[in-house]
Design a protein around this ligand. Structure first.
Ligand SMILES: [Mn+2]
Length: 318
C-alpha cells in the first residue's frame, strides 16, 4: 500500500481511469478518489472511454470522454477497479504516455500491471480498499465522498447480499453511514428503479431463457442492437445475468451479449463453481462468483456452445 501512497503524494496532476463499461463501483471509486486528491491540492481528471450508462448519472458526470491525442499535464495515472490493462481499452495510450501508474483493485485475477499496485481480492469493492487507503493516508472524508464510497460498496455487494460481504465490509458501510447522505435513495436508484424501456427489454430477453445441465446452467442471450427496438442506447441495457441467476437450481448463470467486437460473456456462480476460472479461460477475469470475458468466435451459436462446455467443466470440478 505504501508504494501507492507515495506515488499519490508525489503526484501533481492525476489521470483517473475506471474500467470500461463503468459500473457503480468503478465510477463511485473514481469520484471518491478524485475528490480526496483535489482536497490534497492535486489536479485530477477522470477519463472514461465511452458513453456511461444513463442511470449512473446520479453518481456524477464530471468526467472527460477520452480521445486520441488529448492534451494533458498528468504525472500519474490511477486505474481503479480494473483487473487488467485490457479494461482501460484505448486509454492505454495515455497510460503509457504518462509512464507512471498505480492500480487499486479487488479483482482476484488482477495482473498487477501498474508501477505500484494495491490489490486486495478479499475486499467486496474497490471503494472498500479506498476507505482503508484514505484512513492510512489520514485524509479527511466528507459527506459527499462517503456517499460515493457507500454507493460503490452497495453496488458491488448487490446491496450487501453477495458472499463477498465480510465483517470488514459491514464495518466500512457502518462507518460511512455516520456521514450525512440519503442512503435509502442510493439503494433505490441502484436497485429499485428501472426505465420502462429496460423493463420491457428484460421481458423479451427473459422469454429466450435456456437451461442446460438439468437446470444447473441458466442462460440468456441478446444482441446489443435490441436496445434500438426499445429506444435505448446500448450502454443503457442493464446487466441481464441477474435474470438466469435467479432461476431455482441454477449453479452458473450466463449472459451472452453480442457487442461490436465480439460476444460479451457475464458469469455468476450461485454455489461452489469457480466462474473466474471459466472467464480466465477466455482471456477475461473477475471473481470466483462473478466474472466476465469477451469471446471472439464467429457466431453466437458457437460462443454459446463453447461457454456452456466450459461451464459444464466448472460444474464437474466443483
Ligand atoms: Mn468492483
Amino acid at each position: 500500500m505504501q508504494a501507492v501512497i507515495d506515488k499519490i503524494i508525489e503526484a501533481k496532476s492525476v489521470a483517473v481511469f475506471p474500467h470500461v463499461n463503468e459500473d457503480s463501483d468503478a465510477l463511485g471509486s473514481c469520484f471518491a478518489f478524485a475528490k480526496v486528491l483535489r482536497k490534497m491540492g492535486k489536479k485530477v481528471t477522470i477519463y472514461v472511454s465511452g458513453r456511461v450508462e444513463a442511470r449512473l448519472a446520479f453518481i456524477g458526470t464530471d468526467y472527460v470522454m477520452y480521445h486520441e491525442g488529448i492534451e494533458h499535464d498528468h504525472d500519474l495515472c490511477a486505474c481503479l477497479d480494473c483487473g487488467d490493462l485490457d479494461r482501460i481499452t484505448e486509454r492505454k495510450a495515455l497510460f503509457e504516455e504518462i509512464g507512471n501508474s498505480i492500480n487499486i483493485d479487488h479483482h482476484l485475477t488482477n495482473t498487477n500491471f501498474a508501477d505500484a499496485n494495491y490489490v486486495d481480492g478479499n475486499a467486496s469493492a474497490t471503494s472498500e480498499i479506498l476507505l482503508a487507503l484514505f484512513r492510512k493516508m489520514d485524509v479527511e472524508i466528507d459527506d459527499d465522498i462517503a456517499k460515493d464510497l457507500y454507493t460503490a460498496i452497495c453496488s458491488d455487494t448487490g446491496c450487501f447480499k453477495y458472499s463477498n460481504v465480510t465483517p470488514k465490509t459491514m464495518r466500512a458501510a457502518a462507518d460511512l453511514l455516520e456521514y450525512n447522505f440519503d442512503h435509502a435513495e442510493i439503494v433505490r436508484l441502484l436497485f429499485d428503479c428501472e426505465s420502462l424501456a429496460a423493463t420491457k427489454l428484460k421481458a423479451e430477453v427473459t422469454e429466450g431463457l435456456k437451461s442446460y445441465a438439468g437446470g444447473k446452467i441458466s442462460l440468456v442471450t441478446l444482441d446489443e442492437s435490441i436496445g434500438e427496438k426499445y429506444g435505448m442506447h446500448k450502454e443503457d441495457i442493464p446487466n441481464l445475468v441477474e435474470i438466469p441467476r435467479r432461476i431455482e437450481g441454477t449453479e452458473i448463470a450466463v449472459c451472452i451479449k453480442h457487442v461490436k467486437d465480439g460476444f460479451r460473456v457475464n458469469l455468476r456462480s450461485n454455489g461452489k463453481a469457480d466462474v473466474a476460472k471459466v472467464a480466465t479461460g477466455f482471456g477475461g477475469g473477475g471473481h470466483v462468483k462473478a466474472a466476465g470475458a469477451t469471446v471472439h468466435l464467429p457466431t453466437l451459436e458457437e460462443t454459446e456452445k463453447t461457454v456452456i462446455n466450459a461451464c459444464m467443466k466448472a460444474l464437474e470440478e466443483m
